[in-house]
Design a protein around this ligand. Structure first.
Ligand code: FE2
Length: 304
């Protein structure tokens, strides 16, 4: 553990024997806004999470819902199915999944964009995985005093149609005052440039505030993205964050990141878990409704 290999601008750590956040890891996270922990999760654990998702999909009726998730437009912001998914397990399709007649072009298992956003509370296997000691240590090591598990996503990035995710900061979506969000992004399969790995802008998380905010509109019938800083992201400076299966990429909430479309024949499945600090204020205008008093979800388990 602790061996460092510098590739592109990012420091990578061998975390196959992870024993907590080292000072080197903390320095890398503070400096880059992202921490790459290779081998943190065993390949067999990745397989069993993928298998469990297969079981969840067996229970899903693709005829029942056809909500599309795309960061290229805001259609999902108008759909209750999305807006009320914070405490549910719900299914979102790729933008290119349906043909002109509205029917799926391929099996629904290779047509989904993601499943979200409460597997960590509602599914026993994802619940146990999300509450593993290593994640607790990461939260503590990065300064989250009262870690709360707010949101989980299973991301498919399927072959051929896996959509691009435009450059964003997670804090825009999981706003707290002060900002406290961190993302734990696990590569369940090898993520490469070809199949749509993450890209990011090291160091830019140190700006004073997020550049946009996604929040419920007045009357709460929808949600919208409010631009707080008009400057475009310097996308040409993005560095790829390729990640072998089992690599955990820890994202500072203000780390700008994106991912490319997947036009390859390989899927790029990932699991993402977002934490916030319970000591921070959680505004009611956030798209994901969450009630501090009634649905606290910490490392000691969900309270329903
Ligand atoms: Fe993100």
């Amino acid at each position: 553990m602790g061996k460092m290999v510098t590739e592109h601008a990012l420091t990578r750590f061998d975390a196959s024997n992870f024993g907590g956040v080292t000072p080197e890891m903390k320095r890398a996270f503070d400096s880059d806004g992202v921490l790459v922990l290779e081998g943190l999760v065993a390949g067999s654990t990745c397989s069993s999470l993928m298998q469990r998702m297969g079981g969840i999909l067996d229970e899903f009726d693709p005829g029942e819902h056809s909500t599309i998730f795309s960061t290229l437009n805001n259609a999902q912001g108008q759909e209750d199915y999305f807006l009320e998914s914070g405490r549910e397990i719900r299914f979102f399709f790729e933008k290119e999944a349906h043909g002109e007649g509205g029917a799926l072009k391929a099996d629904f298992r290779v047509s989904l964009n993601k499943v979200g956003h409460a597997m960590h509370d509602l599914d026993p296997e994802f619940c146990a995985f999300s509450r593993q000691p290593a994640f607790r240590e990461i939260a503590a090591g990065l300064g989250i005093a009262v870690p709360l598990l707010l949101q989980s996503m299973y991301i498919f990035k399927p072959p051929q149609i896996g959509g691009e995710v435009t450059c964003h900061q997670d804090s825009s979506y999981l706003w707290t005052e002060p900002q406290s969000c961190i993302g734990l992004w696990l590569a369940l399969e090898d993520a490469t440039i070809e199949n749509g790995c993450l890209w990011g802008l090291p160091g830019m998380h140190r700006e004073a505030a997020p550049r946009s905010r996604y929040l419920r509109t007045e009357g709460e019938s929808g949600a919208e993205n409010i631009t707080l800083d008009e400057r475009p992201w310097p996308l040409g400076d993005c560095v790829p964050i390729e990640a072998a299966r089992g690599t955990l990429v820890v994202l500072h909430g203000q780390f700008p990141h994106r991912s490319g479309a997947n036009r390859s024949d390989k899927s790029r499945e990932a699991f993402a878990l977002h934490l916030i600090d319970g000591g921070a204020d959680y505004p009611a205008e956030n798209w994901l409704r969450w009630d501090k008093e009634n649905s606290i979800s910490g490392f000691d388990g969900p309270i329903s």
